[in-house]
Design a protein around this ligand. Structure first.
Ligand code: ZN
Length: 124
């Protein structure tokens, strides 16, 4: 269910692990210094919230196992502490993020449908 993916460099050199739950795979990065004081923590890979075309990994902190479950349901996709490898975080995006949030409303139906698919996958 858990395996390390030592060939992956998507976390900028940090160790990458995968959790497989049914048909879904959660990608996690092991951060060895999350707060500048040497504390260890995990980030969860989520879709880039800033650009739907962006294929770079974006990361959000995993505070608990609950976060893992929420990541599977897509619940973390709009968190404001997501940082994309290319786009940075919401603080870096500023005005652009506001524009993007407005355009994302158009996709609300597709999003809802995606959550349905996730939910169905989890039930199987
Ligand atoms: Zn991005």
């Amino acid at each position: 269910m858990w395996r390390w993916n030592d060939d992956s460099d998507i976390a900028g050199g940090d160790r990458v692990g995968e959790i497989r739950l049914g048909q879904q795979v959660l990608t996690l990065a092991l951060r060895l210094d999350v707060d500048g004081e040497g504390d260890i923590g995990f980030d969860i890979a989520v879709p880039c919230p800033f650009d739907p075309e962006c294929s770079s990994p974006a990361w959000t902190p995993a505070y608990s196992v609950t976060c893992l479950h929420r990541a599977l349901t897509g619940d973390l996709d709009y968190r404001d502490d997501i940082v994309c490898t290319v786009h940075g975080g919401y603080d870096d995006i500023g005005q652009e993020a506001d524009d993007h949030a407005a355009s994302m409303d158009d996709d609300a139906d597709g999003r809802a449908d995606l959550e349905e698919q996730y939910a169905a996958a989890v039930r199987e």
